[in-house]
Design a binder for this molecule. Sequence first.
Ligand SMILES: [Zn+2]
Length: 267
Amino acid sequence: MMKPSFIKGFLLYYIISLTRSSYAVSLIRPPYLTPEDFERGKTLTPEERGYNSSSVRQHFSQHFEIRTNVWFDSKYKWPNARVPYIISSQYNDQERAVVAESIREWESKTCVRFIPKSNNDRDYLELTPQDGTNNYCYSYVGRQGGRQFVKMYAPICMSVGQYVHELGHAIGFGHEHQRPDRDHYIRINWANIDPQFYYAFDKYNSNQFTTMGMAYDYYSIMHYPDYSYSNNGKPTLVPTYPGHNIHNMNVILSATDIQKTKKYYNC
Ligand SMILES: [Zn+2]
């Protein structure tokens, strides 16, 4: 049985859709991405994708994670790698294209699927530029139960790289540079970081984070870029092994990210 309020909402949407004139088209946006959004996503320019954006590279925006025992508790996993979502009507067409392209990155390379929330879905993501908090960009890690926000404030959080990263948290992944064994692979230049952001560089212990036996991955989308949270223009993360570089958010899912997702979701 559909609830009366849902029917009313649907009828309203239907009537508006019937009567909308060309100038109003862009104002009526459904709470899920359309094939047009995905098509537009494929044609984003490098600038629209957020490539070469020094702000992304140098100040990976504020976001946080709730709970950390990602790998150990199946309740944080999305059943059948199926992630129901709705998207805020506050995103404009170009921003919707960034979201669509980010979802396409995950769906084209892994078994994870972002599905428009149905009436039967109790647990879901709400992709939104506003959630009533002052944070800029954040996601919870894994399925929380009920509605959970992925807040990506426009325009500063709206690059494909950042969105793929934040969806990675929602899928269940923590930060690569916070792995228990990270000190073997990177040096953290604490002097270059504003102390209020030290928390973003905390190290997980092995009860909170398992590497699943995967090698440390400088190119993971879940690794911060090398100038993240720098307060003086100098790098905050430096590889300890010569010849390695850290990605700069132009690289999207790494081979290891893809492998890790397959392993975690067993598909
Ligand atoms: Zn993150």
